[in-house]
Design a protein around this ligand. Structure first.
Ligand code: FE
Length: 177
């Protein structure tokens, strides 16, 4: 339809009538982002868990919730690509910045960021939705590489945990695209 042609009134509520592209992946709908079953949270480090929502093996990114309990730390890492975050609960900060990310807030982390996520003592628990692109390079305080994570290591962690906790390793499949 040309852009200048406004839809006829009786077509306003008509669903799209054509098939979707045959190579398009299926959508993901997660009814309860904060899961009823605590086993959905994958343990990552002491007092740190993540909950997968979309694990993109075709584009190399992942969308997950990160949960950190009191005095938990997400180890120092560098992002070569951007990260978007939305704080659902609690608050946290980076040791490298003055600002505090608080409930309801949005954070953009530009490529080149190296930071250490820290949850202050007065916070029982924080939960933040992160969209992470590419890779996280874990580094020492001087930038020396000591490890990495990408969508494939996230998937491996999910498989291992879901097998162990009884949900079954295939539980992760629903989040992979
Ligand atoms: Fe980060």
């Amino acid at each position: 339809m040309p852009l200048d042609e406004t839809p006829k009134q009786d077509e306003k509520l008509m669903p799209y009538q054509l098939p979707f592209p045959r190579d398009a992946a299926t959508e993901i709908v997660v009814p309860s982002v904060l899961p009823e079953d605590d086993r959905v949270w994958v343990p990552q480090a002491e007092n740190v868990w993540f909950r997968p929502l979309c694990l993109s093996i075709s584009q190399g990114y992942w969308v997950n919730l990160l949960k950190v309990r009191k005095s938990g730390v997400l180890a120092r890492h560098r992002h070569p690509q951007p990260v978007h975050g939305y704080v659902l609960k609690g608050k946290w900060r980076y040791l490298e910045h003055d600002w505090v990310a608080e409930e309801g807030g949005y954070v953009y982390e530009p490529p080149g960021e190296t930071h250490t996520l820290y949850v202050p003592e007065d916070v029982t628990e924080m939960i933040t939705l992160f969209q992470v692109n590419g890779i996280m390079n874990y580094v020492d305080p001087w930038g020396k590489n000591i490890g990495y994570e990408d969508v494939f290591t996230k998937i491996d962690m999910c498989r291992k945990w879901y097998a162990e906790c009884g949900l079954g390793e295939d539980f992760v499949q629903q989040f992979i695209r």
